[in-house]
Design a protein around this ligand. Structure first.
Ligand code: PLP
Length: 423
């Protein structure tokens, strides 16, 4: 039996930023105040989607109440206001990830669409039979299936960097896999099912020695750590707004201008053209060439506000708090004997995946839900990871900066309850 008072000893008391007031931060998130099944909500499913601060909800409401119109095409007041709101959001995203130009910021529906865009527009133009695309064994299905489709279409081959038992890339194998046939490397920055933070900067440098571009799936990284695309020197970086405290339905694909200029259009339609005749269409400049049709204007505005919210908290403070939660959760859950952690990399973000001997994760999730505790159970859209560990699924708790040690205590008590019920 884990007694929370006992485990809250000095050993766990890392130094947290003094001005980081979790209780105050939690008051910014209306949903965190609600009860679920009569109990205070304990939301530990942040890797699936994050909750939204009032500032983001206000930005969405304000946009629809005061600025709603279509962008780029109108001469009237509201169209200009909407265009300014949309393009202003693009500049906020650019600054947030330190891209060189707003031409490199393409608004998409999310990480999945960003990756599909590159598979379509880069892949179909630059990849042919016999070429190789390198991914890793811990990719989300979003960063596997688009490349499989491309390989089927072109005759290219998918190569996979294997992982060790801790859930880290086996570096020597990565080095061996990259060669003159490699035409693209597409890898995840932070694994959603294992929590591993991958050494992407090192892999990007290695790929660039061979002149190979690198796409990074940043869905689980941007909400937790500073991403500087110029420092990383990645060629593409995709992330989703909804995992970064912004709205659903909006995300970003960053692409180096030099690559975007050499890529085929993604979808055809309004806004992505300069001129259209029945004989010939000329395409618009970047970034509009990749944004066909009316975009999710309100989504972009909400995302920009979410990024500002993160910046105001500061990634250093977020990192310190989340690492404290990760260490606390790892150590307290590890004291439960039939529990096995899946994903024990040295460098981890705030994801704790585990299995309990003889108990299906769905039972764990269902029993925890009765106490208002939300975790995710299943394969987390990483079935090859499950195959690697020879398990059908895991239970996954994933933390954000608004979570607390008390919530982890509740999780541990909940798992103890599961063990009692299922014994
Ligand atoms: C690592 C990773 N990549 C890609 C995705 C897909 O993100 P979205 O569904 O927002 O496109 C997810 C979502 O869970 C993810 O965790």
């Amino acid at each position: 039996m884990v007694i929370c008072a006992v485990i809250a000893c000095d050993h766990f008391m890392q130094k947290l930023p003094q001005n980081f007031n979790v209780e105050k931060i939690r008051r910014d998130f209306p949903i965190l105040q609600r009860l679920v099944r009569g109990k205070p909500l304990v939301y530990l499913d942040n890797a699936a989607t994050s909750q939204k601060p009032q500032a983001v909800l206000d930005a969405l409401a304000h946009y629809y109440e005061a600025e709603n119109a279509n962008v780029h095409r109108g001469v009237h007041y509201l169209s200009e206001a909407a265009t300014n709101a949309y393009e202003g959001s693009r500049e906020i995203v650019r600054r947030h990830i330190n891209a060189a130009s707003v031409k490199e910021i393409i608004f998409v529906r999310g990480t999945t669409e960003g990756i599909n865009l590159v598979a379509h527009s880069y892949g179909r133009k630059h990849i042919k039979a016999g070429d190789e695309i390198v991914i890793s064994a811990m990719e989300h299905h979003s960063n596997i299936v688009p490349w499989q489709l491309l390989c089927e279409e072109t005759g290219a081959k998918l190569r996979v960097i294997p992982i060790n038992d801790a859930g880290e890339w086996i570096w020597e194998e990565a080095v061996k896999l990259l060669n003159r046939k490699t035409k693209l490397v597409a890898v995840v920055h932070v694994s959603n099912s294992l929590g591993t933070i991958n050494p992407i900067k090192k892999l990007i440098a290695l790929a660039h020695e061979l002149g190979v571009p690198v796409l990074v799936d940043g869905a689980q990284a941007l909400p937790h750590m500073r991403v500087d695309v110029r420092e990383l020197d990645c060629d593409f970086y995709a992330f989703s707004g909804h995992k970064a405290f912004g709205p659903t339905g909006i995300g970003v694909l960053y692409g180096k201008e030099a690559w975007l200029e050499k890529m085929a259009p993604y979808q055809g339609g309004g806004d992505m053209i300069k001129s259209v005749t029945f004989e010939k269409t000329t395409f618009n400049d970047l970034p509009y060439r990749f944004e066909a049709g009316t975009p999710d204007i309100a989504g972009a505005v909400g995302l920009a506000r979410a990024l500002e919210y993160i910046s105001n908290l500061g990634y250093e403070a977020i990192d310190a708090h989340e690492h404290d939660l990760l260490n606390y959760a790892t150590e307290t859950l590890s004291t439960l004997k039939p529990l096995r952690l899946i994903g024990t990399a040295k460098d981890k973000a705030s994801v704790v995946s585990f299995v309990l001997d003889g108990i299906h994760p769905h039972d764990v999730g269902t029993i925890l839900d009765r106490d208002g505790i939300a975790i995710r159970t299943g394969h987390h859209c990483t079935q090859p990871v499950m195959q690697r560990y020879d398990i059908p699924a895991t239970s996954r708790a994933s933390f954000a900066f608004y979570n607390t040690r008390a919530e982890i205590d509740a999780l541990v008590r909940g798992v103890e309850q599961v063990l009692k019920i299922m014994a």
